[in-house]
Design a protein around this ligand. Structure first.
Ligand code: ZN
Length: 129
């Protein structure tokens, strides 16, 4: 049973809402904003999102965060069940910012973002001709 199934409980509770798929096998959830305790706890600034095998949860709506969390999914795929252990160890050894898995996700998301913006600019330039 995929572990993101627990996110259905949060969706049923009204904390998350489903926002389609990213690719064939990744569920996307958005955090629902409100003024209850859960919103105050979850919507703290600096918390962009969360990746689980098969699902991402986005608190921050930006494409950059989406790319970042999707990169964590790729890391899950490579490391499998070791991901939480490796992530936890690296977080302990290097801290959040210097965690190699975070640095990789950050760099990859920035690269994807630049690629995406370049394609968008090319399309707009093409349309004007
Ligand atoms: Zn991250």
């Amino acid at each position: 049973m995929p572990c993101w199934i627990y996110l259905w409980l949060a969706e049923w509770r009204g904390w998350l809402k489903r926002d389609g798929m990213a690719g064939a096998d990744i569920q996307v959830f958005q955090v629902v904003r409100g003024d209850d305790w859960h919103s105050r706890a979850w919507l703290r600034p600096g918390w962009g999102g969360l990746a689980l095998p098969g699902a991402i949860v986005l608190n921050d709506q930006s494409s950059l965060t989406r790319f970042h969390e999707l990169r964590h999914i790729e890391q899950w795929k490579i490391l499998g069940a070791l991901f939480p252990l490796v992530y936890g160890f690296c977080a302990f050894a290097y801290g959040y910012r210097n965690n190699p898995l975070e640095a990789d996700a950050r760099d990859h998301a920035a690269w994807q973002w630049r690629w995406y913006m370049r394609k968008l600019n090319e399309m707009q330039a093409g349309g004007r001709r």
